[in-house]
Design a protein. Structure first.
Length: 97
């Protein structure tokens, strides 16, 4: 039973985790996660002028602070563990004859 857990269950867990992470990244790219964009959309649809003025003040302060700080160096992402190695494919040999 230990070999089952070590081989099959561990492999299935790794695969499930990879699928879950990929799905979460896809949701973030599509903008389905709430966050600041959802808040911005809510503020823009709000009819109160003071709410929109406050949003403009906050966003301008954020842009000024972001412009003052130097950008951190980009880190190179490690290669994925899930990629299969590409071995050279041998062509079938003709039978001597």
């Amino acid at each position: 039973m230990a070999w089952w857990r070590a081989r099959v269950v561990a492999s299935v867990r790794r695969a499930w985790l990879a699928v879950a992470v990929a799905a979460a990244r896809a949701r973030v790219r599509k903008g389905e996660c709430g966050g600041v964009l959802s808040l911005h959309r809510d503020v823009q649809t709000c009819g109160y002028q003071d709410v929109q003025v406050m949003w403009n003040m906050l966003s301008s302060e954020k842009e000024a602070a972001a412009g003052a700080l130097p950008k951190p160096p980009r880190r190179k992402r490690p290669s994925s563990v899930w990629r299969l190695p590409l071995w050279p494919v041998r062509s079938p040999r003709a039978a001597p004859g």
